[in-house]
Design a protein around this ligand. Sequence first.
Ligand SMILES: [Zn+2]
Length: 183
Amino acid sequence: MSKKFALAGAVALALTMTPLAAGTASAATEQQAAVTTVYYSTANAPTFRSVINAGAANWNNSVTNVRLVERNSGASLRYTEGNDPRGSYASTNGHGSGTIFIDYTQARQYNPTRIAAHETGHALGLPDHYSGPCSELMSGGGPGPSCTNAFPNATERARVNSLWANGLVATDQRRVHETIYGF
Ligand SMILES: [Zn+2]
């Protein structure tokens, strides 16, 4: 069920990077590389607020170039919840903007924190890799419902740090459309 939606393909939505989002970058100290803050809203996903925050914390504890902060006003990344036969998904430009949907049925079958962290991984730039092991966050539902790992592995951490090395300036010029990724 969850994998049918895996390769739903690109949806040619217009770039949603807004001046507001562009203004969310904040510099750390002069000695450190700049850390980009991505603000996310859980206002429309109240059932999953705790697991969304747990997934975001896992990312914050894993990477250094981007930081996820919950703030419902002006957020570039918005979580929602509901019922969808396609399961959970992220519709995102892969660089901090978009919408993440968490499906009730899927969240009862799979570990909800893994779902949230996985979908957040899409918003940070990672694609799906369903053939990977449970230790790989972006293997999503591939390893089955018994997999409860909600942390990115070393390769995934390094990739996200690389993708955010230049802040909100996307290093991948293909990131001009939103794409839909499943769990
Ligand atoms: Zn996915």
